[in-house]
Design a protein around this ligand. Structure first.
Ligand SMILES: Nc1ncnc2c1ncn2[C@@H]1O[C@H](COP(=O)(O)OP(=O)(O)OP(=O)(O)O)[C@@H](O)[C@H]1O
Ligand SMILES: [Mg+2]
Length: 589
């Protein structure tokens, strides 16, 4: 028997759920009996691939052949080096999905060929396409991409079918923050608005605490840890553990033995007590910054915070007491404990899978709508007095429009004898395209020559329920669907390349039976991150031209600094700049 599962493919952890015989969603456990599988892939000294716990175990000792948080790289052409092998971020995600699929098949005792996979509401088109492709490479048809807060709302809604109310889902995970406002009535969940921040999650809390711990170490031992990559990695891990402890206790010791050489060259340890009050002071601004997207979503939904009947908290970082306190203060009441913060998204994905097969609506009578969380449009010229100025953003699909949606606009030629029209597609809320995100560019050819303004091209945007945008164009006078020349920015593989990649991954994976079980083998291999850094620099340099003006200087200076650090052979600085640049590129989408 073949099953359809729901997969929460998270930045730090992934989960799989499926419906039971009664149409109820249940989490599946992996081969280790755990519900959460770390989203980490590693290559061991024997050339075997590992996914999950054993890959995470080797992260601190063999970062050069281990990759974590690949979700932050999805949709871009930044190869990942694992020892002597190179993978695309899509392929790494495919390896995670393949391991999840095999574990699900073991748990269900049948084959799994289709899945609903969740993505952050704020994922761009390229990031969604890459997620879909990863599924295909893993031998899974991605039946549907579902926005994470929408999935959580489904998991909540299925237990509150009689409710007629407005609900706000607050989803703070490891790397992303999403908020959605929904209306519930008679089993219909109608998403009114989504907003979020792609740069905010629990790992930023870890970073803030790690910086403070580093300063404490320096104060006590007179030695700075800046540029000491090994120490920074250990500090961050210690910070995360302390953060989690502070969710349940008021103070916790943080002890990192032999963190770095002290003043006299002798090994020095970090030994300090962190109170919850101290931690809260460090993250207070970060937590506060979640208010803005909440207000924006409420504004777009045309609702006041008073009209929200329930606040549903999801994502591991929503456990932080300060987060709960801030949300409670904002709404003037305690948030809802109605769903499990780690599990709701995968359960919702399984429900969505059931909606597709018909298993759910029969049992529960539930349905859900969603929105496009950002504005989509094209670049046009506009008249300002007698002047024509370029670079103006013309929206076709305003943010928070219910999906699926299709909109057509007609644009005229701007020059005499013009034979081709360039269509540049952007996402964002700014009036000028330079401040928005360029998604793709197409050249429409075959426009009959004429006076400026006489020939027209109709552009149609179709945004589907998966959040994937399709652009078609038609030359109005000839009625011809124009040729779309897809720009090189589209990093997707062609059908043949996909087949090749799928077979290669299956081969490499097949050489590793029981990959998630085997223990890591602690043998060092030399770091070979030069190719990674080259690819990063190429991608970043190309991005400078199209980046919003506000971030261009920072992008440029990071590229220069990284080049310089590599020339000087300063590996620690290069690693730090590499991480900063990767983050910036990720945020740019
Ligand atoms: N008890 C806890 N207290 C505080 N933080 C916690 C606790 N448990 C987990 N976290 C944090 O939650 C984060 C992981 O949350 P989650 O598993 O929801 O994220 P994810 O799904 O991997 O990421 P994303 O949804 O952003 O892609 C980590 O930063 C982790 O440190
Ligand atoms: Mg998540």
């Amino acid at each position: 028997m073949s099953h359809v599962v729901g997969i929460d493919l998270g930045t730090t952890h992934s989960l799989v759920a499926a419906l039971d015989g009664a149409g109820r969603p249940n989490l599946l456990t992996n081969r280790l009996g755990q519900r959460l599988t770390p989203s980490v892939v590693g290559l061991d000294a024997e050339g075997r691939l590992h996914v999950g716990e054993s890959a995470r175990a080797q992260l601190l000792v063999h970062p050069e052949r281990t990759i974590a948080e690949v979700k932050r790289r999805m949709g871009r052409d930044l190869p990942v080096t694992l020892g002597d092998r190179r993978y695309s971020p899509t392929e790494i995600s495919a390896l995670i999905l393949r391991a999840l699929r095999e574990d699900a098949e073991r748990a269900l005792g049948g084959t799994v060929t289709e899945a609903v996979v969740t993505v952050p509401a704020y994922f761009s088109d390229a990031q969604r396409q890459a997620t879909k492709d990863a599924g295909e490479l893993a031998g899974l048809k991605v039946e549907r991409l579902l926005n994470e807060p929408t999935a959580a709302a489904l998991a909540y809604g299925v237990n509150h079918l009689d409710a007629e109310q407005y609900v706000l889902v607050y989803d703070l995970g490891g790397g992303t923050f999403d908020v959605s406002v929904l209306e519930m009535f008679q089993g219909v969940l109608d998403v009114k608005a989504s907003a979020g921040n792609n740069q905010l999650g629990g790992s930023d809390f870890d970073q803030a605490l790690a910086a403070w711990l580093g300063a404490e170490f320096e104060r006590r031992h007179g030695v700075s840890l800046a540029g000491n990559l090994a120490a920074q990695v250990r500090l961050k891990a210690a910070a995360e553990a302390a953060k989690i402890a502070l969710t349940s206790v008021d103070a916790t010791p943080v002890i990192v033995p032999f963190l770095a050489a002290g003043r006299g060259g002798t090994p020095a340890s970090l030994e300090v007590e962190v109170t919850r009050a101290r931690f809260e002071a460090l993250i207070s601004d970060l937590v506060r910054s979640t208010l803005e997207p909440m207000e924006s979503a409420l504004r777009d939904a045309k609702l006041s915070k008073k009209s929200i009947a329930e606040v549903v908290l999801v994502g591991g970082s929503s456990r932080v007491p300060l987060v709960r306190q801030l949300v409670a203060e904002y709404f003037g009441r305690e948030p809802r404990e109605g769903v499990h913060p780690d599990e709701a998204i995968a359960l919702g994905a399984a429900l969505q899978a059931g909606l597709k097969t018909g298993a759910v609506s029969a049992a529960h009578g539930i349905m859900i709508t969603d929105v496009c969380p950002f504005t989509l449009g094209v670049e046009v010229q506009a008249s300002v007095g007698r002047e024509r100025v370029g670079g103006v953003f013309s929206p076709l699909i305003p943010r928070n429009t219910t999906v699926p949606v299709s909109r057509t606009e007609t644009f005229a030629t701007t020059a005499d004898g013009q034979r081709a029209v360039e269509i540049r597609v952007f996402q964002g809320e700014a009036r000028l395209v330079k401040d928005n995100l360029l998604l793709d560019a197409y050249t429409v050819e075959g426009v009959p020559p004429g006076r400026a303004g006489t020939e027209k091209v109709a552009v149609t945007f179709t945004y589907d329920i998966n959040g994937i945008l399709d652009v078609t164009t038609r030359v109005v006078s000839t009625g011809k669907e124009a040729t779309l020349v897809v720009d090189k920015r589209s990093q997707r593989l062609g059908p043949e390349q996909r087949l090749e990649a799928k077979e290669r991954l299956a081969r490499e994976w097949g050489a590793t039976p029981g990959a998630t079980m085997s223990a890591p083998v602690p043998v060092a291999t030399p770091a070979s991150s030069d190719a990674d850094a080259d690819a990063l620099l190429t991608a970043a340099t190309e991005r400078i031209a199209t980046a919003p003006a506000s971030v261009r200087p920072r992008l440029e200076s990071l590229c220069n600094a990284l080049r310089e650090a590599r020339t000087k052979g300063d590996r620690a600085a290069a690693a730090r700049l590499d991480a900063e640049l990767t983050d910036l590129l990720f945020d740019l989408g």
